[in-house]
Design a protein around this ligand. Structure first.
Ligand code: ADP
Ligand code: ADP
Ligand code: ZN
Ligand code: ZN
Length: 830
């Protein structure tokens, strides 16, 4: 530590992204909250500068030879940082850890549980003790040999391969067959063999259908192309020369073989659609070898324990332990081992329960968790790691958390601090801001209008900072003017909705108004709204089943369809729009301009310039996704990947185009003095001025982006750089510019995540505008101010997981606050 150490991380001259040469001292061993409107530069300071610099120093210490590469990859733009300890970032990210990653593996609780079963479990007489590996479905020692630990087996059945039996073979009844030549080949072979390819599938005799779908034979058959079936059959009978000889394989063999052997992800994905999953008959879906399943603790096998909600798991383990200590089975050492492991596991589960995650089970796969749940899971794991002298940098840890659970979050952060660490969080939640030891408020606006430290110090001092948007919300949470709720124009009524912990629920949503669905995390809000309601309404509107997730190659992973039916109100709705926080694209090839469609107008403008005409450049020339116009070195990515030995590879700006993505010829064309890469570097705010009213549709696009508070984003901002909240507002803006007719139902899951209260107000103004235009809005929401601004609310609960899924209170927010039962009503009153 250098002599001038004043107990602070001392940042000098930070210029990352929009930061304006920021110098600030931030105390260590404190809870520091970074505040400011979205896009003001909080993350650029906390993550982009402080964490990035700590990370860079770490890389350098472990891999000095990589120095040049690291610098190429981007050193944070800052003059110096002193007094900086090692840092750990807990960022919001979805998924993570691959499809086999679970709550149990990420928290390492599964390891402990395996140890418990291995050392302290009850074995059947005569069975040897098993190593703890033998209790893991992901090891050869543990995995059920029949399903390789997946718990399910995949198969292709008549129903899965022939979804529409009213079609004939010629009409593609056997839907799993490949398109094009190969599919036609199979049909021609069947024709030669005398099958009637023009009869509806269901009228074919069962033994013919079975042969076509399931035969093990692989006959080689003469094929007569492009002739009528009877001609082909007659030619075959007479042994006439054929066009070629084709080999037949059954449809099932084709599907199974393609799935197992194909190198192409696209083919795997295609055939996976014609397979079904069913529980593995050998292990009953429990994924383990019979020996492992025969070992019990408290009468249950480890698969059962992994499926329990954590809260219940801890309770059962402790109860079993109590039983052991009062029983003498001649193995006192077992009780000792059990006592130690159960104490450890119990304490760790308690932390998870405290952080509002007690409803999760160990076997729950992490890709199905929300980003907020995942971050809190990582937080709990860090609490267990008991590091010392570290800076933790967190991104809105309150996301998805009911205000009733915020106190537990604050206790967890206090424990990290008490362990001798610094805790830096980017947050909007007022309760967290009020608990800060030190505040760093960034602003005053977003993008180029932000990037300055407006205030740094204890909370109270913020009161004197006139320029701060945060100040208004922290100090005068002015009671909003009492508003009269709108009257519903009708009701959307459901019966017997079933999904996850929502079981047979009857519920009605008012139409033509704004409704909030509330409840503690895990109560079932997403299950009810984002899953069941969206699915049922979508189906009723004749939409394709929920948008397919990218890259999902495992067949049968799709959850069972939501149960329930709509009994009233569908006649009023014409459209359903979900505006979620899912990324708008996973590659830098998708960006703000391409996603909203405004890039099409820009490219047309460029193609219409005299210079482009002279060079015969069309609009496609100005897309970095099309070969002719883009840089050949990076193929329009603007970045090249640099491999680092032992470390994840990093991206560095393309040396050929210096990150512009285009080749020089393309860049020679300008519109009003700027070339296409310069236009992509403009913010939406600047672009609005630059293009003016030249193209009305373009002007409208830019105006809506600015209306939802995204004027600070660059047109070329890659989708991968956008936060979930920004992605959501881009989707909203794209919707708003459509100017929908009819009656649209908008569904938003936690739209305020990542938004400063000032941005929340702006978002709400937009949503109220939609309702005023005759549409309906349903929000899943925790924010008290947002709930109060709704016309109606439905509170789910009373608890999480099995203890939730019911309606606790519903009515106008004022009515629920005054008379309603449950945590949310209390919170609204408070
Ligand atoms: P906040 O965390 O306050 O919402 P950010 O620090 O994320 O704000 O963003 C501040 C500014 O920096 C915004 O104008 C944003 O568009 C820009 N920005 C963010 N990430 C990047 C990036 N990876 N590259 C370039 N600009 C970025
Ligand atoms: P909320 O939105 O109120 O936080 P959720 O609807 O996400 O609650 O969760 C309700 C219950 O359903 C929880 O017990 C949760 O673990 C379970 N659940 C939610 N999504 C899934 C899923 N994809 N797979 C399995 N269980 C789920
Ligand atoms: Zn099995
Ligand atoms: Zn390039």
């Amino acid at each position: 530590m250098d002599e001038a150490d004043n107990g602070c991380v001392r940042v000098r001259g930070a210029r990352e992204h929009n930061l304006k040469n920021v110098s600030v001292d931030i105390p260590r061993d404190a809870l520091v909250v970074f505040t400011g409107v979205s896009g003001s530069g909080k993350s650029s300071l906390a993550f982009g500068t402080i964490y990035a610099e700590a990370q860079r120093r770490y890389f350098e210490s472990v891999a000095p030879y990589a120095r040049r590469l690291i610098e190429q990859a981007g050193v944070p733009a800052v003059d110096r940082i002193d007094g900086l300890p090692p840092a750990v970032a807990l960022q919001q990210s979805r998924g993570g850890g691959g499809t086999r990653s679970t709550v149990g593996s990420l928290s390492t609780l599964s390891n402990a549980l395996r140890m418990l079963y291995s050392r302290a479990g009850d074995y059947p007489p005569g069975q040897a003790l098993l190593e703890s590996d033998a209790f893991s479905p992901n090891t050869p020692a543990g995995a059920c040999p029949d399903c390789h630990g997946l718990g399910k087996v995949f198969d292709a059945t008549e129903a899965s391969m022939v979804p529409d039996p009213s079609l004939s073979i010629r009409e593609r009844a056997v839907a799993c067959w490949p398109q094009g030549w190969q599919g036609k080949n199979y049909r021609d072979i069947l024709t030669t063999l005398g099958y009637d390819v023009d009869r509806p599938w269901r009228e074919l005799p069962q033994e013919q259908r079975d042969w076509i779908l399931f035969t093990d034979e692989q006959p080689v058959v003469p094929v007569y192309r492009d002739v009528a079936p009877d001609v082909a059959q007659a030619a075959y009978a007479r042994g006439e020369p054929c066009n070629y000889k084709g080999t037949y394989v059954s449809a099932r063999a084709y599907v199974m073989h393609s799935f197992a052997q194909s190198e192409s992800a696209a083919i795997k994905q295609r055939v996976a659609r014609y397979m079904v999953a069913r529980p593995c008959p050998a292990c009953g879906g429990r994924r383990l070898r019979p020996e492992a399943l025969s070992v019990t603790f408290g009468g249950h096998d480890i698969a059962h324990a992994s499926g329990l909600p954590l809260r219940e798991l801890a309770r059962q383990l402790r109860a079993t332990l109590d039983g052991m200590s009062t029983r003498d089975d001649g193995h006192p050492e077992k009780a000792l081992v059990a006592a130690r492991i159960v104490a450890d596991v119990g304490a760790r589960i308690d932390t998870l329960v405290e952080l509002g995650l007690g409803y999760l089970s160990l076997e729950r796969s992490t890709p199905t968790l929300s980003p907020g749940e995942l971050q809190r899971l990582r937080l709990a794991t860090q609490l267990q790691a008991q590091l010392f002298g570290v800076v933790y940098v967190l991104d809105e840890p309150s996301a998805g958390l009911h205000p009733a659970d915020t106190e537990a979050l604050l206790r967890a952060l206090a424990r990290l601090k008490a362990g001798g660490n610094s805790v830096f969080v980017v947050e909007h939640e007022l309760e967290v801001i009020r608990a800060a030891d030190w505040l760093v408020d960034i602003g005053p606006g977003a993008g180029t209008q932000g990037g300055e430290v407006l205030y740094a110090g204890p909370l109270a001092g913020l009161a004197d900072c006139a320029a701060s948007e945060t100040r208004r919300y922290v100090f005068d949470e002015a009671k909003p003017a009492a508003r009269t709720p709108r009257e519903p124009s009708g009701w959307l009524r459901f019966e017997a909705i079933t999904r996850n912990n929502v079981d047979g629920l009857d519920v009605a949503f008012p139409l033509g108004v704004m409704t909030a669905v509330t409840g503690v995390s895990g109560a079932g809000k997403s299950s009810l709204v984002s899953q069941a309601l969206v699915e049922l309404v979508g189906r009723a509107l004749g939409a394709a089943p929920a948008a397919e997730e990218e890259g999902d190659e495992l067949p049968g992973e799709t959850v069972a369809p939501a149960g329930g039916r709509i009994v009233e109100g569908m006649d009023k709705l014409t459209r359903l729009v979900t505006v979620d926080q899912r990324p708008i694209g996973r590659t830098p090839r998708s960006n703000l301009a391409t996603y909203t469609g405004l890039f099409d107008h820009v490219r047309k403008l460029f193609a219409a310039t005299p210079e482009a005409r002279r060079r015969k450049f069309d609009a496609g020339r100005f897309s970095f996704n099309v070969a002719k116009g883009r840089c050949v070195t990076c193929e329009g990515e603007g970045f090249v990947s640099v491999g680092l030995l032992f470390l994840p590879s990093v991206y560095a700006p393309c040396p050929a185009c210096r990150g512009s993505r285009y080749n020089d010829d393309t860049l020679a064309v300008t519109w009003n003095g700027r070339h296409i890469a310069e236009v992509l570097a403009l913010t939406a705010d600047d672009a609005a001025g630059f293009f003016g009213d030249e193209v009305p549709a373009l002007a409208r696009s830019l105006a809506t982006l600015r209306d939802v508070g995204l004027g600070y984003l660059r047109l070329g901002q890659p989708a991968t750089e956008l936060s979930g909240g920004e992605a959501q507002r881009i989707k909203l803006a794209t919707e708003l510019q459509r100017q929908a007719r009819g009656h649209t139902l908008y569904v938003l899951d936690e739209p305020t995540t990542g938004l400063h209260p000032a941005d929340v107000d702006r978002l709400m103004a937009q949503l109220h505008g939609l309702v005023a235009a005759g549409h309906s809005v349903i929000l899943v929401e925790h924010d008290r101010r947002v709930i109060r601004a709704c016309d109606w609310m439905i509170d789910l609960g009373p608890g999480a997981g099995d203890e939730g899924g019911c309606i606790v209170a519903q009515g106008t927010p004022a009515g629920v606050a005054a008379a309603g039962a449950g945590i949310t009503a209390r919170h609204l009153r408070g």
